[in-house]
Design a protein around this ligand. Structure first.
Ligand SMILES: CC(=O)N[C@H]1[C@@H](OP(=O)(O)OP(=O)(O)OC[C@H]2O[C@@H](n3ccc(=O)[nH]c3=O)[C@H](O)[C@@H]2O)O[C@H](CO)[C@@H](O)[C@@H]1O[C@H](C)C(=O)N[C@@H](C)C(=O)N[C@H](CCC(=O)O)C(=O)O
Ligand SMILES: Nc1ncnc2c1ncn2[C@@H]1O[C@H](COP(=O)(O)OP(=O)(O)OP(=O)(O)O)[C@@H](O)[C@H]1O
Length: 498
């Protein structure tokens, strides 16, 4: 390919060299740069890759994109190297990557999902519905990039733009007609999604999160970036029940629709869920509800909790734009299982055991509140907190656990370089103030076993914090550990003994 073919939509200044130079790839890490690459420099959060220009030239790179005119460095660049100056290297990387892979996103029907909570769950629900309708779907998010049976882990919920376009190209190659992805506000801020225009954009909700060094400066900035999705899609679907609805739709340029769990005094929405019933049967724990408005159907949802009614309503409303069969939609939702998201691992007369990824106080509070609706004999919560992270989470989760569960079993999460006992001591300091019952079992396997062995008939046990993670990080080493497996093994052992 020739560089000039890759410049669609890019504002640049040609500082030296020619645009008619042969190029074969795009790179942004000097350690991986090679001959034929367009190397894109950027001022990173830790490293300024402009400083690696000599190394990439040495590696054979003949096209360099810069965002800062580093006079001293440029003096050393050979005259035959093409140098383009852009305003933002990350944006250039996104546009060049799209061109490099032949604009694969344009060859699929694309869905972007943003929100503080519910992105992973909702994307999985949309995928399940589409697959039930016989469609081939690719998906990108916290749980990895999924193409057919292949799951590739992602470092970020919304990966770097180059990886996104590479994944889109793989999806097209694999015959995917649909692409669904989680769009984090950080991904938008870091230009990872620049140049993408989604067929459908979905906003679930927003609450204070991801605010701090290297993330968002404050809530206003977080809200701003979340609201950008509504300027990046043809059709937008927004949760009308969210208190920041106005802020999200303020600049919307799409055809806008709304959904919400109906409330007597709340503003009406295009799609509403009403008459919600919490159902706990021997082989089914979930909800039943009616959808009214632009879509009319009865739903039996096989994943518990009020917030999953929100997520399912969003998924169904969005899929209704695609003209999918209602029967197939409802079949998909009745049988849905999502790795580590309100995942019912065991249910019997003895107890129900579920795994969830709730790892902060807000999620923990909504999880425990919604599980109460199932009227368990006791609500038992097994949890810990991550090491080498803010201690606030320990105090707030301890307080919520003490107030809202009948019994908390404090254990290790990813303790990283801290001692699990020290983290548990921090949680204890806040749980003690609530007067709530708790026990301490630092070994996570033993804690889970204890919860099940000592269950009273009708107990509901929520093992939270790690969800889909298949490891536990202790002293910097990741050991294989999956909550679901430990629960299954424990139930099996107990069953055999009985
Ligand atoms: C703060 C932040 O968002 N950082 C992201 C950013 O890193 P960065 O580019 O600033 O990193 P850097 O190390 O300074 O490197 C700058 C440049 O130098 C290059 N480099 C570096 C070293 C070298 O020897 N040679 C070289 O060329 C790098 O390739 C890069 O191009 O770009 C990287 C590549 O895309 C991201 O992986 C990285 O995410 C870090 C790991 C991160 O923790 N991000 C979080 C905050 C995040 O993005 N979270 C969101 C939200 C999740 C949610 O909603 O739950 C997400 O989407 O994951
Ligand atoms: N719509 C929702 N509202 C509030 N809480 C939710 C909602 N959906 C899920 N949750 C809770 O938040 C946790 C994370 O859910 P999910 O992974 O679907 O969201 P996410 O937006 O991808 O989150 P994260 O950015 O933390 O990965 C769940 O395990 C559940 O406890």
């Amino acid at each position: 390919m020739v560089l000039s073919d890759w410049l669609e939509g890019l504002d640049y200044e040609l500082l030296q060299g020619s645009l008619e130079v042969q190029v074969s790839d795009v790179s942004y890490d000097s350690r991986k740069a090679k001959e034929g690459d367009v190397f894109v420099c950027m001022t990173g959060t830790r490293v300024d890759s402009h400083l690696f220009i000599p190394q990439v030239e040495e590696a054979g790179v003949r096209v360099i994109v810069i965002e800062r005119p580093l006079k001293e460095l440029l003096k050393a660049v050979s005259p035959q190297v093409t140098v383009l100056r852009v305003k933002d290297g990350r944006r250039a990387l996104a546009l060049l990557s799209a061109a490099r892979f032949g604009y694969p996103a344009r060859k699929m029907i694309t869905v972007g999902v943003t929100g503080t909570k519910g992105k992973t769950t909702t994307t999985h629900m949309i995928k399940a519905i589409l697959e039930a309708a016989g469609k081939k779907v690719g998906m990108i998010g916290t749980n990895g990039t999924v193409i057919g049976n292949r799951v590739t882990p992602n470092l970020n919920t919304t990966p770097e733009s180059y990886q996104l376009h590479q994944a889109f190209a793989d999806m097209v190659e694999a015959g995917c007609e649909y692409m669904i992805m989680e769009v984090s506000s950080q991904g938008i801020k870091m230009h990872r999604t620049d140049g993408l225009f989604f067929d459908y954009g979905l906003f679930t909700n927003i609450s204070p999160d991801h605010i701090g060094p290297d993330e968002h400066a404050d809530f206003a900035e977080y809200l701003y970036y979340k609201s950008r999705l509504m300027t990046m899609c043809k059709v937008g679907l927004v949760n009308r029940g969210d208190e920041h609805y106005e802020g999200i739709v303020k600049d919307a340029s799409c055809r806008l629709y709304t959904y919400r769990v109906a409330e007597e005094d709340g503003a009406a929405a295009d799609f509403e869920a009403r008459n919600i019933r919490y159902v706990a049967e021997e082989n089914f724990v979930g909800t039943e509800f009616d959808v009214t408005g632009r879509l009319s159907m009865d739903v039996r949802l096989g994943i518990p909790g009020l917030f999953n009614v929100d997520n399912a309503l969003a998924a169904m409303s969005l899929c209704s734009f695609m003209g999918l069969d209602k029967q197939r939609m409802s079949h998909a939702l009745e049988h849905i299982r999502i790795n580590g998201r309100m995942e019912i691992v065991h249910t019997s007369r003895r107890c129900t055991v579920l795994v969830d990824y709730a790892h902060n106080a807000v999620s923990m509070e909504s999880l425990l509140a919604t599980l109460r609706n199932y009227h368990p004999k006791r609500l038992v919560c097994v949890f810990g907190c991550g090491g080498n992270r803010s201690k606030d989470r320990r105090y707030s989760m301890g307080e919520i656990g003490g107030r809202m569960a009948d019994l908390c079993i404090l254990t290790a999460d990813n303790s990283r370089y801290e001692k699990p006992e020290d983290i548990i001591a921090d949680i204890r300091s806040s749980i003690e103030k609530t007067g709530g019952a708790f026990v301490e079992i630092p070994d996570r396997r033993q804690a889970i076993e204890y919860s099940i062995k000592n269950a009273l008939p009708g107990d509901m046990i929520a093992v939270i914090g790690k969800g889909h993670e298949d490891y536990q990080e202790i002293c910097g080493v990741r050991h294989h550990f999956l909550d679901r497996e430990v629960i299954e093994e424990t139930v099996k052992k107990l069953g055999e003994r009985a």
